[in-house]
Design a protein around this ligand. Structure first.
Ligand SMILES: *[C@@H]1O[C@H](CO)[C@@H](O)[C@H](O)[C@H]1NC(C)=O
Ligand SMILES: *[C@@H]1O[C@H](CO)[C@@H](O)[C@H](O)[C@H]1NC(C)=O
Ligand SMILES: CC(=O)N[C@H]1CO[C@H](CO)[C@@H](O)[C@@H]1O
Length: 486
């Protein structure tokens, strides 16, 4: 009663209530008839509003349930071994993007082999690429930090969804020095149109990169499958290929007709998949575009070289390493000290010994021996499948360090090639100059040094025979001086 009394608006009514307080029925009656408080009015409105909201939500829910059953035009649904996904149909093919093929490699799973994905009930949207793996762009210590560790996603483009189609499957392994990029780069990934035009199923995926994907350290061996460390990015690639074997038939693909193809470090990855006993039987053909098979670092060597990374993190145990923020891990990479961690030598002609280092390692698990040795000497348990090897025009460019290359003469070019390549052998420079001669085709009337390395550039006039190395007056050390050579 106290509350009721308190709510009574007017003084007279209060008196009335007090006076009649023994006649309870009368009080109740009077209160209901005369003394409805503004708060009570408000709650009636509220009740009405809530009712309306509930009704609206109910109708939305039934609409969504209807939509889920009858997919809107342009959508498609596939049930994989780990959940159902809703994709899109555009430009003549279906696409399913951002499906997890492994558990997020976070916390204790950082620097551990990929674990099975966490499967979700219901239908997940697969209409967009998900996070790229942690990386810096541009590729140097001061580059911008991008990406998330929860990045192990796979994408499928297919012209047909019926398992009976049994279409050939092309699995794309992206490049980026094992340091950067993703399976969803615009202009560097499959598209719906490609799948429609070729009548084939295309797959791309993200794999762990840089220190996250390739850090070999003795202390990270603990709990590893075969007392190894490093090569986690390659293990991700193998996990993605296993996902393809398990699921691609649901996307109209034939798991027995899988070809892997990759460019640059994607080609290097193709070499690894060819030579890895862990990838055996997961594909029937392979295409390497500008990959490298020269990575000879032993696990012990890499682990020892990478102590510099450990030192920079300030950590002394694995759990500290696994707690480091992404940016701190990327910052601790020995960008300058080991050129194979950085990309310094990628934009230049290589020097002997500079491009073999502790990124991909011969760990005795993913790789039993250096790739070429496995192949040439038939050492180990490699994937003996048809293999196409090619080189991509303009795979690397002389930039930005040699940005003045447009003013080079053929003499400059010949000096540069000789200077760089003679560290390998006395005959290599002349072999190289013969392979990339001044008569190389050129889109303009002029013929110049850059055309051999980077065809669209043909800036210097004059015929090669008349050119002289610009030796005088630059650096005065008997060598031609070039402003780009630091
Ligand atoms: C793992 O390898 C290291 C270095 O070769 C060795 O000292 C250690 O005993 C090995 N551990 C196991 C469990 O085999
Ligand atoms: C690295 O591997 C390549 C190819 O297998 C081989 O020719 C080369 O001699 C090796 N280099 C070192 C330093 O082991
Ligand atoms: C001749 C020429 O192109 N020189 C350029 C070389 O590169 C430097 C650094 O970018 C430029 O400042 C010069 O103009």
């Amino acid at each position: 009663m106290d509350e009721d009394v308190f709510e009574v608006p007017g003084r007279t009514e209060y008196l009335y209530l007090v006076q009649e307080e023994e006649a309870q029925e009368e009080v109740q009656y009077a209160r209901h008839r005369h003394y409805i408080s503004p708060l009570l009015v408000l709650s009636r409105r509220c009740v009405l509003l809530i009712l309306l909201c509930v009704l609206a939500l109910l109708s939305l829910a039934s609409y969504l349930a209807y939509v889920a059953q009858t997919l809107p035009s342009g959508a498609a649904q596939v049930t994989t071994s780990c959940g159902a996904f809703r994709g899109r149909h555009i430009n003549g093919a279906y696409s399913f993007k951002g499906m997890p093929y492994a558990a997020p490699p976070v916390g204790p799973l950082r620097w551990a082999p990929p674990a099975p994905p966490l499967c979700r009930g219901g239908v997940s949207d697969a209409g967009r690429f998900r996070s790229i793996c942690p990386q810096v762009r541009p590729l140097k210590a001061g580059g911008k930090v991008l990406g998330q560790e929860d990045c192990l996603f796979i994408n499928v483009w297919t012209p047909a969804l019926q398992p009976a189609h049994r279409l050939p499957v092309m699995v794309w392994i992206h490049g980026g020095f094992l340091h950067m990029l993703s399976g969803g780069e615009p202009g560097y990934s499959p598209t719906e149109k490609l799948a429609a035009d070729t009548e084939m199923v295309f797959v791309s995926f993200n794999y762990r990169l840089n220190a996250f994907g390739f850090m070999a350290l003795n202390m990270l061996r603990e709990g590893s499958p075969s007392n190894t460390s490093g090569n986690y990015g390659f293990m991700d690639q193998i996990a993605a290929l296993k996902w393809v074997q398990e699921n691609i038939h649901m996307f109209g693909g034939d798991p027995e007709k899988v070809t892997i193809f990759g460019q640059s470090s994607g080609g290097t990855s193709v070499w690894t998949m060819m030579m890895s006993p862990l990838a055996k039987g997961l594909f029937r053909a392979a295409v390497d575009m500008s990959g490298s098979y020269v990575y000879n670092a032993t696990l012990e060597q890499a682990e020892s070289d990478n102590l510099l990374f450990l030192q920079r993190t300030g950590c002394s145990d694995p759990s500290c390493l696994r707690r480091l923020p992404i940016a701190d891990v990327l910052k601790a990479i020995p960008w300058q000290e080991f050129p194979s961690w950085a990309a310094d030598e990628v934009m230049d002609l290589p020097l002997r010994g500079h491009f073999v280092g502790p990124k991909a390692v011969v760990d005795g698990y993913v790789l039993e021996a250096p790739p070429f040795e496995v192949w040439e000497k038939k050492k180990g348990n490699y994937n003996d499948v048809p293999f196409v090897i090619g080189t991509t025009e303009q795979e690397a460019d002389f930039s930005p360090r040699a940005e003045n290359i447009s003013s080079w003469t053929w003499g400059d070019y010949s000096w540069f090639v000789t200077d760089k390549l003679r560290s390998f052998s006395e005959t290599l420079p002349s072999d190289a100059l013969e392979l990339y001669p001044s008569s190389a085709r050129c889109p303009t009337a002029q013929t110049a040094a850059r055309s051999a390395a980077s065809p669209p550039w043909c800036p210097t006039s004059g015929s090669p025979a008349q050119q002289r190395p610009r030796q005088e007056g630059r650096r005065g050390s008997g060598q031609p001086g070039y402003r780009y050579v630091v």
